[in-house]
Design a protein around this ligand. Structure first.
Ligand code: APR
Length: 228
């Protein structure tokens, strides 16, 4: 089976009702990254940070996968699909995708504050202050904050280097190291870029721009790939 590698960002979940970060009315319009998404913020005001992610977890649990998520799951019928997502929602998994790498973690799990390798399922939508990991430290959302390591970036780069088809969906490519992954994809590999506002992906290589929202563009590209 041909290897398809898909890099997704917040845009693929926008039509499921989850805010993106940098569009108008995006998440970073309402919150200052420094206050809610850095290790310093957690030191300074852990309750504010915990509540920020508890609220976002509630929205994720209420959201449903959309046609774009389901189309990528369907692609597995004919291709060896790996989804590398910057998103912390679990909509790809809930749509049926079986091979998902979360570069920035996943909000439906908690992690130890002192060892990010210790992660746990969460009962319900909130992590309460006072809930401790096995090492006795406060549990926090299992997400990668600005300034923290992205442990999955090296395996993700290797996977991109092996891609025979590449899809980039719903990301502004504003945040590294995720944004640099497209450079690992071989020049001649077809790269479908699906976004209403196509980000700057350079001019080199076999680029196919699909200037559509995800629920229109992704099913169309998947249908094309399944007809080959
Ligand atoms: N369909 C497809 N793409 C869409 C849609 C839609 N319906 N709506 C918006 N988009 C696109 C926007 O045009 C933009 O290119 O989704 C992208 C959203 O960009 P960002 O808000 O920057 O989100 P993302 O690229 O995922 O951010 C990367 O930044 O804050 C960090 O950790 C956070 O993982 C996140 C990272």
């Amino acid at each position: 089976m041909k290897k398809v590698v898909v890099l997704t960002g917040a845009g693929i979940s926008a039509e499921s009702g989850l805010k993106t970060f940098r569009d108008s009315d995006g998440l970073w319009e309402g919150y200052n990254i420094q206050d809610v998404a850095t290790p310093e913020a957690w030191e300074w005001n852990p309750v504010l940070v915990q509540n920020f992610y508890n609220e976002r977890r509630k929205s994720v649990l209420e959201a449903k996968p959309n046609a774009a998520h389901y189309a990528l799951a369907k692609l597995e019928e004919q291709y060896d699909v790996t989804i590398i997502t910057q998103n912390i929602d679990d909509l790809h998994e809930r749509a049926g995708s079986t091979n998902v790498i979360h570069l920035h973690g996943v909000i439906t799990r908690s992690q130890s504050s002192i060892d990010p390798r210790l992660t746990y399922p969460i009962n319900g939508w909130e992590i309460k202050m006072g809930e401790l990991c096995e090492l006795g430290s406060q549990l926090r959302a299992h997400v990668v904050w600005f300034g923290e390591d992205v442990p999955m970036i090296a395996p993700a780069a290797t996977i991109c280097a092996d891609a025979e088809v590449f899809m980039l969906i719903g990301t502004s490519l504003a945040v590294y190291p995720a944004a640099g992954l497209i450079r690992y994809v071989a020049k001649n590999v077809p790269k479908f870029i699906i976004d209403p506002k196509i980000p700057d992906v350079g001019t080199g290589g076999n680029i196919i721009k699909v200037q559509e929202k995800a629920t229109v563009g992704v099913p169309a590209v998947v249908e094309q790939l399944l007809s080959l």
